[in-house]
Design a protein around this ligand. Structure first.
Ligand SMILES: Nc1ncnc2c1ncn2[C@@H]1O[C@H](COP(=O)(O)OP(=O)(O)O)[C@@H](O)[C@H]1O
Ligand SMILES: CC(=O)OP(=O)(O)O
Ligand SMILES: [Mg+2]
Length: 429
């Protein structure tokens, strides 16, 4: 038996923290948890140790630092405290890495300053990521801490996909361009898609639809991202839980000039009061489906707008890629909402895309095809696992120390990814 080497992963969202503790040598997920409704009077903490019963309670959690302390307390109750010598590294999902970070990066004061500099382009996410990082460094200053960036996977986009058609000098001075997000998920899922199809990753073209609370699409050609729907910030593209996705940018001027709204109010409108919640008052697809079944027209229209946007992006990325081997649905909505998958490809038979109703209706389970046999383009559901991917990248880099990213990639492939994959797939929060 090899010595346990634990990695803690923190995935901080705007109002939640998902965490996981993994043993990278044994390949076991030791505990998973979620702290949600951070900043509200009753935050919820749900914690699932792999050897023990799930626990849940509510308590007031003011910010992401307090969330990490609460997670640490839960882990300590299971004998998995952060003070353990078996904990070898902490990995952080960081949403915006700009152009500076194209690889997992060991965190030091300079890296923190750079993440801070990018706060204006990820105002909902980077501040939360920073609070988690600072608290983790306070709890374990001796440990390597690694930032894994949502933007990293998208840095391979060709310039004609990444550059907006606006004045060059202005764009360059203010670094205005398409960065793309959810990259850890797009990378993981596109690789898994190639495995599912039994094809070499380098020769597989995939459209990934990551549909969680935030949602984004990507076109991946032979393992390289060639286009993605999110832009300078995670606001562009698909309709999301609370974000508008694509709109005419002149809507902003119109609201400022005609409705007299301040820029911060418009920002809040488009990021927090739009998307599904703006259209029908609910951002949870389960609730929207329930309302549709009761004949609710507002919910129906919200669903139709959401799936119409998906269809447009599938069509666009079929054209971008030319040949597509699979369209893959992932994250909370993509993995669970069969009706969304069905509606997203409805009428696209002529393009080789369809779902098989009985396959599509199957709930749960691992990677699976939902298209009929012999379909020109496979349609698949592949559960994402950002935390596992972050743990493996963190472990590889922490193990490789200061020796540079080449070495980190070698050991990532050998030590990290393969060992963690098999048994670490259970008990995903
Ligand atoms: N069984 C389900 N059926 C339909 N939608 C679901 C189901 N479970 C979760 N969802 C959707 O998934 C969303 C959360 O997705 P998730 O990937 O966890 O988001 P995030 O990581 O952005 O918080 C929920 O808001 C809900 O809309
Ligand atoms: C970048 C982004 O939108 O992340 P999330 O889906 O976690 O909000
Ligand atoms: Mg997510």
């Amino acid at each position: 038996m090899s010595t346990p080497a634990r990695v803690l992963v923190l995935n901080s969202g705007s109002s939640s923290v998902k965490y996981q503790l993994l043993d990278m040598n044994g390949g076991e997920r030791l505990a998973t948890g979620l702290v949600e409704r951070i900043g509200e009077s009753t935050s919820r903490i749900a914690h699932s140790p792999s050897h023990g019963a799930r626990r849940e309670h509510t308590e007031r959690i003011d910010d992401h630092s307090a969330a990490l302390r609460a997670a640490a307390a839960e882990l300590a109750r299971d004998g998995l405290g952060l003070d353990s010598p078996e904990l070898v590294a902490i990995g952080h999902r960081v949403v915006h890495g700009g152009l500076r970070f194209t690889e997992p990066t060991l965190i030091d004061d300079k890296v923190i300053a750079e993440i801070e500099r990018l706060v204006p382009v990820a105002p909902l996410h980077n501040p939360a990521n920073l609070l988690g990082i600072r608290q983790a460094r306070e709890l374990r200053p001796d440990l390597p801490q690694v930032a894994v960036f949502d933007t990293a996977f998208h840095t391979t986009m060709p310039e004609y996909a990444a550059r907006y058609a606006i004045d060059r000098a202005t764009a360059d001075e203010h670094r205005v361009r398409r960065y793309g997000f959810h990259g850890t998920s797009h990378a993981y899922v596109s690789r898994k898609a190639a495995e599912l199809l039994g094809r070499p990753y380098e020769d597989t073209n995939v459209i990934v639809l990551h549909l969680g609370n935030g949602a984004s699409a990507s076109a991946v050609a032979g393992g390289r991202c060639v286009d993605t729907s999110m832009g300078l910030t995670p606001l562009e593209g698909l309709v999301m839980g609370t974000r508008s996705g694509d709109i005419d940018p002149a809507v902003v001027f119109h609201l400022a000039r005609v409705a007299g709204m301040e820029v911060d109010a418009i920002d809040e409108l488009l990021n927090k009061k739009s998307g599904l919640v703006g259209l029908c008052g609910d951002n949870d697809m389960r609730e929207i489906r329930r309302r549709i079944d009761e004949g609710d027209d507002e919910a129906r229209l919200a669903f139709d707008i959401y799936t119409h946007r998906l269809r447009k992006y599938i069509g666009a990325y079929l054209a971008v890629l030319g040949r597509v081997d699979a369209v893959v649905f992932t994250a909370g909505v993509g993995e669970n909402a069969a009706e969304v998958r069905e509606a997203a490809v409805a009428g696209l038979d002529g393009l080789g895309l369809a779902v098989d109703p009985s396959r599509n209706a199957v709930r749960g389970g691992g990677p699976r095809l939902v298209s009929p046999d012999g379909a020109r383009v496979a349609v698949a559901v592949i559960p994402t696992d950002e935390e596992l991917e972050i743990a493996q990248q963190t472990f590889a880099l922490a193990g490789a120390g200061e020796s540079g990213s080449e070495g980190a990639h070698e050991s990532r492939r050998e030590g990290g990814r393969e060992s963690g994959r098999q048994s670490a797939v259970e008990g995903h929060a």
